[in-house]
Design a protein around this ligand. Sequence first.
Ligand code: GLV
Length: 332
Amino acid sequence: MNACSRPRILIARAVFPEIVDRLALHFEVEANAPDDIWPRAEFIRRLQGKQGVFTTGGERIDAELLAACPDLRICANMAVGYNNFDVPAMTAAGVLATNAPGVLTETTADMGFALLMAAARRVAESEHFLRAGKWDRWAYDMLIGQDVHGSTLGIIGMGRIGQAIARRGALGFGMKVIYHNRSRLPEADEAAVGARYVGKDELLKTADHVMLVVPYSKESHHTIGAAELALMKPTATLVNIARGGIVDDAALAQALREGRIAAAGLDVFEGEPRVHPDLLTVPNVVLTPHIGSATVPTRRAMAALAADNLIGYLTQGKPVTPLNPEVMAAGT
Ligand code: GLV
């Protein structure tokens, strides 16, 4: 195949140089080494004549963009979540969507526990207290928190990551694990991860710690708002490692400020990278900038999987993790 006939792809954000080099073995690549955030019109302009795009979860792919980019055949997300994709519009346009499931499961579950531990044991508040020079004595109630081991963990969303969190809770921390999900797991899977299915209200009322791992959709928008927070125990913590918009951040900030729940750990935010200003001023919340999958091996594996999808589909018609395989069946 001569260089001119090779498919052309766009890499929307900076990624590991070796991934760019690997893609360049197969494609004419336009990369984004400076990691500019292109305005949408520029993104669409750069997509002209491209058959593939490597996205990272922040680039919206919808009917309007697809109509403006008729050469596009595949969008490969370097993320397991794909709420930036309008998959039905992509299917209608004959464009394949792929995501990066599996490779980040354990790393993201670790992050859920990091935030849970930090929130329940007030790790971030304690660090700020110490750095501010406020530690001048021992006190029986200084920065006193809640136990994680032996408590009841409520997981909302029981996909791969939810199940990895359940295993950590049940096997590692001796927790009683309850969960709520659109559909109940088969009994054998429940037994394998040590979790019991309950209704959402029961979970919120019973859990000492609530962990959100549900994908974002119109249906899951504000899964946790003022009414749900009101059901939780005043000693409870809430952890969101799923997506911004699953929690009503303003209602959460108010609940934290009023001590209606004890603490929260958030890795994702409505309208990120902006963070609701009220969250920045309440002390009992640990805030991290969407780093759930951010370890070197996992980010490498996610980028490699997105690259495998582009290479597999554009060179052999065989993507690894397609979201709308019907596009291939339709022969488009
Ligand atoms: C990260 O948020 C992902 O969806 O992979």
